[in-house]
Write a protein that binds this ligand. Structure first.
Ligand code: FE2
Ligand code: FE2
Length: 132
């Protein structure tokens, strides 16, 4: 996935974090396609979980400070994403690496990021503009 202007939230730090998320998942997609997913999956899950928690926390603070009307929905969807990620992490720890599960997780992440950023995160743009 590539970051484009349509994903702009009006906050440079949030945009930078979204770009990093896009790049990080695209990099892992290449690793997966090359057939090296098994050795990298553990680190991928660990880093992704840590990074999204930092990102979600920062973004939720920004939305609250800007009194953005999407703040509540944003938190709720972040919680849902973390649940999906934790479920796959638990499955991986119990059953081991699965190329199908890793592929499904990456597809979910791509779809979720695009949809969530466009519908929810970008609503910060108007809130920031309204407040000057
Ligand atoms: Fe968000
Ligand atoms: Fe976000």
């Amino acid at each position: 996935m590539k970051w484009t202007e349509e994903y702009s939230t009006g906050d440079d730090e949030i945009d930078r974090q979204h770009r990093s998320l896009f790049e990080y998942t695209a990099d892992f997609q290449e690793v997966l396609t090359a057939g090296h997913g098994e050795g990298a999956y553990d680190g991928f899950l660990e880093f992704l979980s840590a990074y999204v928690k930092i990102h979600f926390g920062y973004e939720e603070q920004c939305m609250q400070a800007a009194r953005c009307s999407a703040a509540c929905r944003n938190k709720k969807e972040h919680g849902h994403f973390l649940t999906l990620l934790e479920e796959e992490t638990a499955r991986y720890q119990a059953e081991g690496y699965s190329h199908e599960a890793a592929t499904a997780l990456l597809d979910m992440i791509d779809d979720w990021l695009a949809s969530h950023i466009l519908r929810v995160d970008t609503r910060l743009r108007d809130s920031l503009a309204d407040r000057g």
